[in-house]
Design a protein around this ligand. Sequence first.
Ligand code: ADE
Length: 255
Amino acid sequence: MTAWHATVLTLFPEMFPGPLGASLAGRGLREGLWRLDALDIRAFGIGRHRSVDDTPFGGGAGMVLRPDVVDAACGAALAEAPDRPLVALTPRGEPLTQSTVRDLAAGPGAVLLCGRYEGVDQRVVEARGMREISVGDYVLSGGEAAAIVLLDACVRLLPGVMGAAESAVEESFAAGDLLEYPHYTRPAEWNGLRVPEALLSGHHAEIGRWRRAEAERATRERRPDLWARHAGDPPPTAAEEGRAPAPLAARPDAA
Ligand code: ADE
């Protein structure tokens, strides 16, 4: 079995492994439970100056990564392990969810394209059938931090990376689409604040009921979108969520 294999296409390869070299992901990397390559997009640049970008057609601020350069970088990444999905990190993408993370972690790995400047020429995104993914409704200075977020979420699900205790957290999110209940540890009283009595009872059924109620309350109060889905509403359409529809290649019904 070959290890789960991530290749990051970036203008800043020195950003990797970064935080992924520490803690559980880092230990997994050193133990060969997964593999990470950072490929410098500039190595595929054009001419003596290894040019990677140009001004946008139609005008406007910033620079756009050239399709020929990005395509060459994709080709090099896929030459080694061609069966991996291509993901472009962009605030225009579909929101990253635990379900997408689970799908990616169950596959052979991923090739992650980190945009910089104003973005990437859309023709290569579509020609390569990239899945465009966003890590949230805010704008980062580039896709690198987003790639680290996505990889961290995937890698913790790989066999052997985490112990059984932590995997249970994923199970609870998976089962109910609820936020987690709050946690407490010793001392039972701190600065005059007591741990909720139900948790001190030692009564498993009571603890279970308390945690369930707190998970539901947190979800209802903080994430009405998750709560509506949990309560059985049909999922909102892309238009209702105010985002662009996922590219055809990313849709489960696309051939
Ligand atoms: N690049 C810049 N902002 C981003 C975001 N929110 N998600 C993914 N990639 C990005």
